[in-house]
Every structure is written in C-alpha cells, then in structure tokens.
Design a protein around this ligand. Structure first.
Ligand code: B12
Length: 475
C-alpha cells in the first residue's frame, strides 16, 4: 500500500526536535513492504498546502499522523498545540477517504481525548514499530484490527484501548535513517540534537508523570553493543550531537554503565548528552564512565531539594541523595543542567526557599538550573486524584486536553514566581520556563549554529542571559 506519514509537530521551542518515532515507524512500514512517504511539518512554510499536495501526488491508502505535543506545559503562558492537528485532519479528509491512524507520545498521554477531537479511524498508544505494520496488514486484507495490542478506537461512542503487554519487542537499538526522511540541514541550523533511546519504559512512580503511560512501566533494555553501533553509524553520517531520550538514563544503573563501556570501546567521535539522570543511582563511577564514553553534557532531574516535596512527588529519593549528587558533580568536569519543578504536593514557602538555597549554594555557576513552576495535570495520574481531593481541579478528564496545572494549596503561586525571579536576578545561571519560550530563541539557536557554538546550548545560558540583560531583554 501507499502510506503517507505526517509528523505534525511544528513547535520550534526551545528548539526543533527531530521526529525519531515517525522515522522509526516509517522504516517499519517500509520493511513490511509498503511504499512510504514521510512529510515532516516542522519547517513547512505552508502546512495545509503541503498536505494537500502530498495527498494528491502520493495517493495514500493509509495516512499515519504522528502527534508529539499537546501543549507547551507552561503555566505562565499556556499554549494549546493541537489546533493545527484538526486542520491537518480536515485537509486530509477533503482529499481522500483513506483511513487516518494516529500515533506518537501525545496518544500515549491522552488517546481518548485526541481520538474524539479528530474522529480518526484509530490510534496506536505506545511503541508503533511493531503495531503499525500489523495494522497495515489487517487494513490491506480488509480484516478487523480491534484485537491488536496498543490499538485504541471509539465504537458506538465508547472508547477502547487494548493493553500493549503483548507487543513484540526488539533489543536492537533502532537506527532511524534521519538523512533520508528529514531536512537535516534545517535541524542542524537550529542546533537540534539527534535523539536515540537505550531503553523504553519507566519503572518510577512519580505522581505527575506520563512516561509509564506512554512507554509502559516495565523497562525494555536495548542491547548495549547495538546502542554503541547505532551511535557510531549516526556519527559516520555526520550526525554527532546525540541525545539519549530515555525516560531515565541511569536506571537501571548497570545498564547505563554497560552502555557507557560499549560506547568507550567504539571510536564514534560523537558529542553525547542526556537530560534525565536520577540522583539516587548517580556516583563517581557512572560519571567517569560517561566522560570516557564521550558525554559533553548531562541533566539531573531533581524537581526539588526538599524532603516533603520529594515525598509528595514520590520521587523515590531524598535530599541526601540530592546533596550527594551535587558533590559528585563538583568532582567532575561534565557540564550539568539541574532540573526543578516547583509547586508540587507538599510545597510550602519554606520548601521553595530550601530548593532555591540548594541551587544557589551547590550548583556550579558554570552549570545551569532550570526551574519550572506549576505541574501539568494529566488524566489517570496520581496527581489528578490529589488535585481533585484538594479542590485544585474540577474539570472532568475529557476536558483536560486544555492544560490544567497543579500548585500546592499551601503556597501562593504569585509569591513562588516572585521568589524565583528574585533568585534569578542574582544567579545568571538560573533559567525558568519563560527562557525556553522566548520567541527569538530560534534566532539565538541559528546564530549559535553559525558561530559554531558547541552543544549543549544550555551551557551558554549564563552568557546568553547576560547579553539579553545588556539589551534589556532578559526574562
Ligand atoms: C526527550 C524528550 C524531550 C527532549 C527532546 C530531545 C530530542 N533531541 O529529541 C526535549 C527536552 C528537547 C523536549 C522538549 C519538549 N518536550 Co519533550 N519529551 C521527551 C520524551 C522524554 C521522549 C521523546 C522521545 O524522543 N521518545 C522516543 C521516540 C522514539 O518515541 P516517539 O517519538 O514517541 O515514537 C514512538 C511512539 O510514539 C510511536 N509513534 C510515533 N509516531 C507515530 C505515528 C504513527 C502513525 C504510529 C502508529 C505510531 C507512532 O512509535 C514510535 C516508536 O516506538 C517525551 C516523553 C516520552 N516518554 O515519550 C517528552 C514529551 C514528548 N515532551 C513533552 C513536551 C510538552 C515537551 C516541550 C513542549 C516542553 C517545553 N515546554 O519546552 C518541548 C517541545 C519541543 C519541541 N520542539 O517540540 C510532552 C508532550 C505532552 C504534552 N503535554 O504536550 C512529553 C510526552 C512529556 C510529558 N510531559 O509527558 N522533550
């Protein structure tokens, strides 16, 4: 069959991200014998026109829409990102009656709401590489698909989602042929990193998080040698700024160590980074291995440095782990981004101050601290139940596509923002969500790329903020 896959993401903040999932699914469909055309909307100048022309020229038998973001998870300036999707669906429908299948991270988060919004044929929640070819096979034979794992659909106005426990899994690290499917020069000129996964699934139970819902709560590990091989092959095609996009890179720790050792054995010449490290399984041995493997940047996702909040968020680590992680970072040279989420259950003015003081005292000025405020509430998370019990949320789940945020009732949101702003004034290495949403950030990225600025870009956050302050444009 002719399969048109559209990567619908057009959000270029904080930088455009390469649609790894859409490329992987495109290759899986091709391996199954179909003719595949992938249309990436990221840099499209006329989205609707491009879709119309792809439908007319390619005459698809099935259209797959890859949907990544629902919103920008910014409580201060919320942006709903699915309006485009409705336009895309109407344009496809105007040109063809072929079935439309949805997939992508957003479908893992809210499959029912997005299916109802678009009225698509069906959706795949979770990994698409094994399910999509099976679905295509059934459609080509005019057979039913309702027993396939991971498939979601609406029938007689009732939503159904098959568990994906039975989905097949390959321990081989997938190697998307990015050059073939995407406009690599455009991504490069915006300092985009090249995404790759060493596992899928997340075993943690953080109250607010959707990762277990998107990827499943059992970790499926990729074989370390195949990850190193994928990195070396990408590097050989000139794609050297590689980012591991695992839910948590260092869990399980032994697997992360094996990946680093395998990477150190191959001569890949890549600049590696990952933004999701857990401070509990974080020690000198891991960072030394990461240095040997070729890491040039790492991020530790703390959310808070205060015990009542870490407990309220069910992070599974304590402020002791947080302080110990800071000592480890001090003993090494890899630039580090520290990621915080203020306002969760248990947050009070005291806990906010404790976290800000930790960041001021224990984070090197050359590193960066990123603070998000307010937590996006997703249906079927523990945070949703907490928010309802505390009277913070009253909207029914079907209306939660429009972003809803949690701020602890023991805290005044305005005070929290002010306190953060005050800290940012004296710490130029502190950034907040406004910094990621700066409308001229793509221009900064492009200038950075022309100047040959080395990634990760966040390493230069302090310098960028100083320049912006000088120009009267700091956030
Ligand atoms: C890593 C990551 C990032 C990195 C990306 C780095 C990079 N170089 O790619 C960074 C930090 C930059 C980032 C930024 C943002 N992110 Co982010 N990110 C992720 C994360 C953890 C992994 C994404 C990933 O690459 N997965 C691996 C690939 C292979 O999987 P995949 O693309 O989902 O594809 C699979 C399936 O979805 C499916 N599939 C995909 N397409 C299709 C199509 C069809 C037809 C089918 C059948 C199946 C299918 O099959 C694929 C293969 O198995 C996800 C959470 C998660 N666990 O998914 C959040 C996530 C996608 N991000 C999210 C958000 C919100 C953002 C930001 C808006 C945050 C911000 N305010 O800046 C930005 C947006 C950036 C942009 N330009 O769009 C949200 C989206 C939900 C929402 N509320 O909108 C998520 C889900 C996290 C969350 N909060 O729950 N992100």
């Amino acid at each position: 069959m002719n399969i048109l896959l559209v990567s619908t993401n057009r959000n270029s903040l904080p930088m455009p991200v390469m649609p790894a999932g859409a490329c992987i699914v495109a290759q899986a469909a091709e391996r199954a014998g179909h003719a595949v055309h992938l249309l990436d909307m990221m840099f499209s100048q006329g989205a609707i026109r491009d879709i119309e022309s792809a439908v007319t020229r390619f005459k698809p038998d099935v259209i797959g829409l890859s949907v990544r973001n629902i919103d920008n998870v910014n409580m201060r300036n919320p942006l709903f990102l699915l309006n485009d999707l409705q336009g895309i669906v109407s344009t496809v429908r105007a040109g063809t009656s072929a079935p439309i299948i949805l997939g992508g991270a957003a479908l893992g988060v809210m499959p029912e709401q997005i299916l109802r919004l678009t009225d698509a044929y069906c959706a795949v929640a979770g990994d698409g590489e094994s399910v999509f070819p099976q679905l295509l096979d059934r459609i080509s034979r005019d057979e039913g698909f309702k027993d396939l794992p991971g498939v979601a659909y609406i029938e007689n106005d009732v939503f159904h989602l098959n568990s994906y426990a039975a989905a097949r899994f390959s321990a081989n690290c997938p190697l998307p042929e990015y050059h073939r499917w995407l406009n690599i020069a455009a991504y490069r000129s915006h300092l985009a990193t090249v995404p790759i996964q060493t596992k899928s699934g997340c075993q943690f139970q953080c109250v607010y998080c959707t990762y277990p819902k998107i990827e499943g709560s059992n970790c499926r590990l990729k074989e370390p040698g195949s990850v190193a091989d994928a990195v070396a092959r990408l590097a050989a095609t000139g794609l050297r700024d590689i980012e591991f996009v695992d839910s948590v890179f260092n869990a399980p720790l032994e697997h992360a160590m094996e990946i680093c050792e395998a990477l150190a054995r191959v001569k890949h010449k890549s600049r590696l980074q990952c933004l999701e490290l857990n401070p509990r399984d974080f020690d000198d041995a891991l960072v030394t291995s990461m240095e040997r493997a070729g890491f040039v940047g790492m991020g530790i996702t703390l959310e808070s440095a205060s015990d009542p909040v870490l407990l309220g968020l069910r992070k599974g680590f304590t402020s002791r782990d947080v302080h110990r992680a800071a000592e480890v970072v001090m003993r090494h040279r890899i630039p580090c981004a520290w990621i915080f989420l203020l306002g969760g259950p248990g947050e009070t003015p005291e806990t906010v101050r404790e976290t800000l003081q930790f960041a001021g005292k224990h984070i090197r000025p050359s590193d960066v601290a990123f603070f998000n405020t307010g937590i996006r509430i997703y249906p079927e998370t523990e945070l949703e139940s907490i928010a309802r019990k505390q009277g913070v949320l009253s909207l029914p789940p079907e209306e939660m596509l429009v972003p809803q945020f949690y701020v602890s009732p023991d805290l005044d949101a305005g005070w929290m923002e002010q306190e953060l702003k005050r800290s940012m004034e004296s710490h130029m290495n502190f950034i907040n969500i406004d910094s990621l949403g700066l409308p001229f950030l793509p221009v900064i990225n492009r200038i950075g790329s022309k100047l040959g600025l080395s990634l990760p870009l966040w390493r230069h956050a302090g310098t960028i903020r100083r320049l912006l302050r000088f120009a009267g444009m700091d956030v």
